[in-house]
Write a protein that binds this ligand. Sequence first.
Ligand code: FES
Length: 172
Amino acid sequence: MSDLKAKIEETAGHFPSRRSAIMPALFLAQEQYGSITNDAMEEVADILGVPKVWIFEIANFYTMYNKEPVGKFHIQVCTNLSCMLREADGIVARLEEQIGVKTGETTADGMFTLSAVECLGSCGTAPMMQVNKTYYEDLTVEGIDEILKELREKAGNGGERRRHDANGGDRD
Ligand code: FES
């Protein structure tokens, strides 16, 4: 049994039906392959024993499943209403300026991918963005440079200031 299959089978065991395990199974495939390709979708469908169309629908609907490989840090800026009212467009512009790519692109060194996404459920701390699994909240345009500096340092030495985890807890 492949490593991915073993992980998906273990996860599926916690759900009442195989269909309910599609989203976590896709996350496991994304962890394994870096993105969700058609081959990955087919593999997940085969492992779960569900119609491929169920997998394709979910993988293509949600922005958290990357159809293309992303950089070491995937920066996803919420540009939905609450964040836009609190200067999300300025945050995006500053990020584009500082990392040197447009939204939807990856830097040549593979360090950053910049995406604009829909509401990430943290409207009360708008504007916000998610970098990999970590939420950065109450952002300011001026504070973006410091965050990028931290990320570059993290890439170099593994250190990171404590932030709010996208799954609800604090993390290092
Ligand atoms: S609108 Fe940005 S987190 Fe909800």
